[in-house]
Write a protein that binds this ligand. Structure first.
Ligand code: GRF
Length: 200
C-alpha cells in the first residue's frame, strides 16, 4: 500500500526553471505530486510553463497590497489551503515571507538558495563568492524558518570556481546544479527522510 503522495505547491516569481525541474521529477510512484504553481507576478514566465505541463496555476500580484505584507500573505495562504497543499517549495520566489506566514507552514516549506549556506544569505550570492575568492560555490536547499535563508540544511550541491568565472557564468553553472539538487531533496523529504543530499 503506497502512502498518499504529498501535495506540493511551488511558489515562483520568474522563469520557473527550478519549478519545471521539480514538476518533471514527480512521476508515478514519487512520494509527492504537484498540485499548484503560484506566483506573485501574473506575468511570470513560469506560469505558462506550468500550464503546459498540466499543473494548475494561480497568481496574485503583490504590488496592490503595498506594504501590507500580511494581507498579501492571507490571500496567498487561502489559495494554498484551497489547493489542499501540504508541502511548499519556494523556487525563485522573490518575496520575503513574514514569521506569521512561515509559522503556518512549519516543517512544510522548502527553499533553494544559490550559495553554500550559511555563506551569503540574501542577494548577489555569486558576486559575493567571487569577491571573497572562494574556491567552491554552489546551492543549498533548506527548510524555511523565520530567519532569512537560515533553516536546517537538507541538501547542497557544489562546484569549483574557475579563474575566468564572472557572476553571470557562475550563476549559469550553478543553475543546473539547482535543477539536480532540488528534485533529489524533495523526493527524500516527501518520503520523510531529512538526510542531507550532497552533490559534488
Ligand atoms: C535562480 O537564480 C536561482 O538561483 C534562484 O532563483 C533564480 C531563478 O530561478 N533560486 P528559477 O529559474 O525561476 O527557478
Amino acid at each position: 500500500m503506497t502512502a498518499t503522495p504529498r501535495r506540493v505547491a511551488i511558489l515562483i516569481s520568474g522563469g520557473g526553471s527550478n519549478m519545471e525541474a521539480l514538476v518533471r521529477s514527480m512521476g508515478p510512484g514519487h512520494p509527492a505530486k504537484p498540485v499548484l504553481v503560484f506566483s506573485n507576478d501574473p506575468d511570470a514566465g513560469g506560469l505558462a510553463k506550468a500550464r503546459k505541463m498540466g499543473v494548475p496555476t494561480f497568481a496574485i500580484d503583490h504590488r496592490p497590497f503595498g506594504k501590507d505584507r500580511e494581507a498579501f500573505e492571507q490571500a496567498v495562504d487561502k489559495v494554498l489551503r484551497q489547493a489542499r497543499a501540504d508541502l511548499i517549495c519556494l523556487a525563485g520566489f522573490m518575496r520575503i515571507l513574514t514569521p506569521g506566514f512561515i509559522a503556518g507552514w512549519d516543517g512544510q516549506m522548502l527553499n533553494i538558495h544559490p550559495s553554500l549556506l550559511p555563506l551569503y544569505k540574501g542577494l548577489h550570492t555569486h558576486e559575493r563568492a567571487l569577491q571573497a575568492g572562494d574556491a567552491e560555490h554552489g546551492c543549498t536547499v533548506h527548510e524555511v524558518t523565520a530567519a532569512l535563508d537560515d533553516g536546517p540544511i537538507l541538501g547542497q550541491a557544489r562546484l569549483a570556481v574557475r579563474p575566468e568565472d564572472t557572476a553571470e557564468s557562475l550563476a549559469a553553472r550553478v543553475l543546473p546544479l539547482e535543477h539536480q539538487l532540488y528534485p533529489a531533496v524533495l523526493k527524500r523529504y516527501a518520503a520523510g527522510d531529512k538526510t542531507p543530499v550532497l552533490i559534488g
